[in-house]
Design a protein around this ligand. Sequence first.
Ligand SMILES: Cc1ncc(COP(=O)(O)O)c(C=O)c1O
Length: 212
Amino acid sequence: MIGIAEFAELTMLCDERGIHLFSDEVYHGLERDPAGILPQAADLSERALSLNVTSTSLGLPGLRIGWITCRDRALLSRLERAKHYTTICNSAPSEVLTRIALKARGTILDRNRSLIARNLPLFEEFFAEFADLFEWRAPDGGCVAYPRYLGPEGVEEFCTRLVEEAGVLLLPASTYHSDLTPTPTDRFRIGIGRDNSEAGLAAFAQWLRVKR
Ligand SMILES: Cc1ncc(COP(=O)(O)O)c(C=O)c1O
């Protein structure tokens, strides 16, 4: 997570240069340390865009609703026209359910933060057992971690074998390749926000014990 002061500097730097900062804030509300919670970029800057969705912190991906907050109304209007060009409308029932979820945001976030807090020790224990194979760091915010795989065959082959032989699906670094910027080649994405992590970790650990 970027620090609060650094984030404010970034928004200022973009403002001074006429850049629209597009800030993906979909894990807002799942920070481990409430002292580090960032403001919305759109609150700091006239030009910045803050993206949010129901899929992540609220844990309601089935609603398929997201939104952008921005004070630049001309830009919002251009975005709205682009949206109408690609889809006729949102699902109205999903919009109603989203409003209900947002009103209950505090309760839902408490539940999801406790889920992560309950899961974290399971992941700590797992990665401690296989410390020679992984470089693990618990996320400071959100429900997704991106550990490094240290084995000689590389993370792509490792993830392929893991899903084929143990039925455990992890997303390897190539999924996050970008033509715009260098990205790590030895990491994988693993979710820590589910309420059934035990079964997945047990199958993963069992496979590793046999493999070694
Ligand atoms: C960083 C980030 N941004 C945006 C999204 C948006 O997800 P969706 O399109 O499913 O609402 C996700 C979902 O995992 C995400 O991880």
